[in-house]
Design a protein around this ligand. Structure first.
Ligand code: HEC
Length: 94
């Protein structure tokens, strides 16, 4: 009984909260799929398009959909979290 209940709970948590975001996974996904067209320099260039955290999530999804990767929400979250921690630093105090 317990064996079946716990994975179900974990699935619910993963899909309803952003706690599934794992920057280590995001780093890996970014390296695997995202630095083909642009290197990581687009994330730090002077006139970068992304100017907010919600904007970053939107842009990650946009590029991901263009690639036809069909990522799950937690993969989007992880990648956006990684890019934010590493490059954009929205809402992170220096
Ligand atoms: C098929 C080519 C391609 C791939 C692969 C790609 N992108 Fe992009 N990406 C673009 C283009 C084109 C732009 C817009 C560049 C511009 O405006 O000059 C862009 C811009 C961005 C920006 C905005 C940079 C800024 O100005 O702040 C982010 C963030 C981004 N991509 C994330 C991703 C992520 C995450 C992935 C992997 C899922 C990815 N990209 C994969 C083509 C790609």
């Amino acid at each position: 009984m317990i064996k079946t209940v716990i994975p179900a709970m974990m699935l619910t948590l993963a899909s309803t909260t952003s706690q599934a975001a794992d920057p280590a996974i995001g780093k890996q996904l970014n390296e695997e799929h995202c630095i083909r067209c642009h290197g990581s320099e687009v994330y730090t260039r002077e006139n970068r398009r992304v100017t907010s955290l919600p904007g970053l999530h939107k842009q990650v999804r946009f590029c991901e959909q263009n690639l036809g990767l069909t990522w799950f929400d937690d993969q989007i979250e992880s990648t956006a979290t990684y890019l934010n921690l590493e490059f954009y630093k929205f809402g992170i105090k220096p």
